[in-house]
Design a protein. Sequence first.
Length: 128
Amino acid sequence: MKEGMRILVGIDGSQHSMWVLVEACNVAKKFSGSVKAITAYKQGMEEDAEKIQQKAQRFLETEGVEFTVSAILGSNPSRALVDTAKNENSDLIVVGSRGLGSAAAFLLGSVSKEVVSKASCDVLVVKK
């Protein structure tokens, strides 16, 4: 791992995704990195995505790391993570091993598996 890492995190509002965000911040602090937290959401779920982003932003503001938050319209969270990481030259994607488990879920086991197999950068899967 290198100094100034660009770390991409997928969050879905679940407790597990908050643990993922904590781990991403720990890595960012150790390697003087920055964190970008993204939420993929379906049409009509904008308000839920905004609440998730606000919660993440409040947490990140207390962590003392450089960060951005973003919501991405789309029904495929793994594609959102892989594409964002590629387009923004992320050094690391941090995902959870599981998430909400509903139609609105972001960090499903299948998502982490797909991200690991398709990402062009390193992937950290947080299991809690």
